[in-house]
Design a binder for this molecule. Sequence first.
Ligand code: FES
Ligand code: FES
Length: 158
Amino acid sequence: MKSILRLAVNGKPREDAVAENALLIDYLRDVLGLTGTKQGCDGGECGACTVLVDGKPRLACSTLAHSVVGREIETIEGLSRAGNLSRLQRAFHEHLGSQCGFCTPGMIMAAEALLRSNPHPGRDQIKAALAGNLCRCTGYVKIIESVEAASRAVEQAA
Ligand code: FES
Ligand code: FES
C-alpha cells in the first residue's frame, strides 16, 4: 500500500506516493532517478548507499523511506553547486580517490558529514569516519589522501 511521503531531498520539498515498505534507496533511485546512490551489498555492510539524513550519514539500503518523513535528505547529486564540483568531489577526482567509482558516492557522503563537523580531521578520524565504507579498488590510501586534500581546501577557503 502506498501513502504520501513528505520530505526534502537536496534542498527541494517532495511529496510522493510511496509504498509503505519501500526502502529509502529505492525511493531515491527509482522514484526520483537519483542513481548516484549505489546499491552494493543491500545488507548494511558496504556503505555504498550512504546518504545524509539531517546531516548525519545513513545507509539508504537499511532505511525505510517513510521512517525519514519530514527530514532533509542529501545525496551525492546535491553536493555540486551550479555545475561546480564540491571540495570533496574535486579532491577525489584530483587525488585519484576514485577508480571504478562504485564506492565513491558513499565515501564522499560519509566524508562530507565528517568535514562539516570537523573541518580538519586527523588521519585516524578520517579512517574512523569511513570505517563503514568498503572499496575494492583503491586500497584506501588515495581515498584518505583525497579527504585530507578536501580538508585543506576548506582551510584555504576559510
Ligand atoms: S548497499 Fe547499503 S550498505 Fe551496502
Ligand atoms: S573505487 Fe571501485 S570500489 Fe572503490
